[in-house]
Design a protein around this ligand. Structure first.
Ligand code: PGA
Length: 249
């Protein structure tokens, strides 16, 4: 079993000043935990958070990266830039990027490859919309999306790649998937990993994300194929993060 990984997705919240104050407190007060912790902060706050968290056991993460190496891509951030700041994890294919920035599985795939080329760990997000679940096609849809997102991707160690199952209907809505829903999908996604990475699949982290809170994280993460959570709303206030970690033990 891999070590549980709690990843905090701040989304477009916190100015650099607010982020630095949060990170300073985290560095001072982070309780010991069996789970790993990654903080996915906006690009503008990465440098400050990196220096405030220096020496802490928490990892620095980003929320997106460019699929391109460098050059004329106004407004984009390259993998090399993130690596240079000290970023370890980067979210790719979050449903908000897929929805508002029209990111396809092919773009997600290119971004994940670029992250890996530079030694970053992509957290590849997949998940279905409500209408797909209502049609009963959620497993088929999400498995297909994961396969396309991982097309041609090779890894040499289990910790080079993280998968997050995030049902779109559960993100920011207060509607959490049941632990049985999360496990059903995590098991199906584990099956994809078994085919693609037979030597590593059992040790690879599959997270669940979507309205995870201190009072439901334990049950969700105790499912056999769920090895952590990607948390949005409940990640902004430090007390809530400490409660999430405490619930994970
Ligand atoms: P939420 O967001 O915890 O606010 O539902 C999760 C995510 O989008 O990663």
């Amino acid at each position: 079993m891999p070590q549980t990984l709690l990843a905090l997705n701040w989304k477009m919240n916190k100015t650099p000043t607010e982020a630095a104050a949060w990170a300073k407190r985290l560095q001072e007060e982070l309780p010991p935990s069996s789970a790993g912790l990654a903080v996915m902060v906006p690009h503008t706050a990465l440098s400050l958070v990196a220096s405030e968290m220096y020496g802490s056991s928490a990892y620095l993460g980003a929320q997106d990266l460019s699929q391109h190496e460098s050059g004329a891509y106004t407004g984009e951030t390259s993998a090399a830039m993130l690596k240079d700041i000290g970023v370890k994890y980067v979210i790719v294919g979050h449903s908000e990027r897929r929805e508002y920035h029209l990111e396809t599985d092919q773009i997600v795939n290119a971004k994940a490859k670029k992250a890996l080329e530079h030694g970053l760990v992509p957290i590849v997000c997949v998940g279905e919309k409500l209408e797909v679940r209502e049609r009963g096609e959620h497993v088929e849809f999400t498995v297909k999306s994961l396969r396309a997102s991982l097309e041609g991707i090779k890894i040499s160690q289990s910790n080079e790649l993280v998968i997050a199952y995030e049902p779109v209907w559960a993100i920011g809505t207060g509607k959490t998937a049941t632990s049985a829903d999360a496990e059903e999908m995590a098991q199906a996604l584990r099956g994809v990993l078994e085919q693609l990475y037979p030597e590593h699949s059992s040790e690879m982290v599959i997270q669940y994300g979507g309205s995870v809170k201190p009072d439901n994280i334990e049950e969700i993460c105790s499912q056999p194929n769920v090895n952590g959570a990607l948390v949005g709303g409940a990640s902004l206030v430090l007390e809530s993060v400490f409660a999430l970690l405490e619930a994970l033990g």
